[in-house]
Structures are given as C-alpha cells and as structure tokens.
Design a protein around this ligand. Structure first.
Ligand SMILES: [Zn+2]
Length: 270
C-alpha cells in the first residue's frame, strides 16, 4: 500500500465536511431532518400572505359553522404533532374535485368534493392527518428551499425584496408546486398521519378505507379524482403502509369511527 501523501489543510478539511453536509442533506430532502433554510418562526410568518393568496385564487366556503367544525377536528389532530403548540388553520375550497393540500405555516385546505366523498369522520380525519403530516415534517419549506435556493429565500425571509417575496408566495399557491412531493414524502405523511389520527382518538383504518374508495372511483368517475391522483400517487403500496402502521398501534376500544355531528357537517356538501 502506498503511503498517503495528501494532507488536507484544516481549511480544506472544513470545506470538505461542509460540502458533504450540504450535499448529504440536500439529497435526502423530503425526509425528516432534511435541508431547510426556513426557520419555523419564518415559516409561520408566511401564513398570512399565503392565506390571502388562497382566498384570491380559490372559491372558499365561508360558513362559520362548517369552518368551526373542520377546525375542531383538524386542530385535535394537529395537537398530536411536534408543532402542536403553533397555530393551525383549516379551510374548505368550493370545488367538486376530490382533493386536499397543505401550505407552509400550518395551513390545510380540503375541497368540498372530498368532504362529500368521505363517508365517515375517520376517513376525513385520515386525509387531514396526511396533510398535517406534510406540514409537521416540513415538506413544503423543504421543497421551497430546493426550488428557490439560498439567495432568493434569504431575500424573501429578510424582507430585502418584498415584491419578490410576494411573487414567490403567489407562485407557491398558484402553480400548486407544493403538491409535487416525492414518493418518500408521501409515504412519510401517510405513516405520520396514521399515528396522529390514532393519538387524536380516530380510527386510523379510516385512511385505508378512504384510499380504497378513491381507487374504486378512479374507474367510475375519473375526472373527479384525477387531480388527487396527480398530486398523490396512490398505490397498493401506500395502502399497505397505512394498514401496517395502523396494525402496529396498541389496540384501543374507544377509537371514533363516525359521529352524527360529522354527518350533519357533511350534508352541507352533498
Ligand atoms: Zn400528500
């Protein structure tokens, strides 16, 4: 074996370590602990602008009773996450397509068409928990970090260029870029979601039955679900993951499957 002649200076060694850390974390973006330039406080500072962007671009349901009900269920689930001490808000988009999405800063939106198709409370809870899983794992700001890079995000977050900042948040909402998560991110949101629903007291198998309903709808009414399938590649593998996660949780007899309150809420959207 030849003796090693390359001796890195402390500076070179530090640079190599830095580059490896950055490259390593960028490569795993989408998984927990992935590279993210946005702090939690910064993320929650974006929420007001994101919310006003959504209300400009989408038709939102304004009924205060319906919003109160959805937020009660959603916040009960969000309280089970590591970010349960922050504010979460849940909104309803007036749209017959079956879809839901998450935006940075604890924002989750579901379409009225999804509520109509979620037969029982645990099915809706499963969908909300999946979106909350994306939020708690911070998939949105990880994707923004990758899409916009350091310079642009630094400008946005330090308020150096407010008009550029506005443009970016408009793009985040308008292009639906935050619905293009990796398969790993989807699986992580499923796994987290199943745990959150269970801890919140809802039957985690509701997520499984909703996924199965959607697969069945795909052949019956494809246009209603094509958006959902484009942003959430739904496969037998995902259903198996949720089922396996649910099976590992200790048995509990008090899990909620459905309530009269949910059916009365749902009747507003059918
Ligand atoms: Zn998803």
């Amino acid at each position: 074996m030849k003796p090693r002649t390359f001796r890195p200076s402390p500076f070179t060694a530090a640079m190599v370590v830095f580059v490896l850390i950055v490259a390593g974390s960028a490569a795993t973006a989408g998984a927990r602990g992935a590279f993210n330039l946005v702090s939690l406080d910064q993320e929650w500072q974006m929420r007001d602008q994101l919310r006003s962007q959504v209300s400009q671009e989408m038709r939102l349901v304004r009924s205060s009773d319906d919003l109160a009900y959805l937020n009660l269920v959603g916040r009960r689930i969000a309280a089970q996450t590591a970010l349960g001490n922050r504010r979460w808000d849940f909104g309803i988009v007036n749209d017959p397509a079956v879809n839901a999405f998450n935006l940075p800063g604890g924002l989750v939106y579901v379409n009225s068409g999804l509520i109509a198709e979620a037969d029982s409370l645990d099915e809706l809870a499963g969908v909300l928990a999946h979106e909350i899983g994306h939020g708690a794992a911070r998939h949105g700001t990880q994707l923004m970090t990758r899409a916009y890079g350091y310079n642009v995000l630094a400008g946005l977050l330090l308020g150096r260029n407010p008009s550029q900042g506005k443009q970016i948040l408009a793009q985040v909402v308008g292009t639906g870029m935050l619905t293009n998560y990796s398969r790993d991110a989807e699986l992580e949101a499923d796994r987290l979601g199943a745990q959150y629903t269970y801890r919140a007291g809802y039957d985690p198998n509701g997520m499984v039955s909703f996924f199965q309903d959607l697969l069945a709808m795909r052949s019956r009414r494809p246009t209603r679900v094509e958006q959902f399938f484009a942003s959430h590649p739904l496969t037998e593998q995902r259903i198996a993951t949720v089922r396996a996660t649910a099976a590992q949780l200790p048995r509990r007899s008090s899990l909620t499957h459905d309530t009269r309150g949910y059916q009365s809420f749902r009747s507003d959207f059918r």
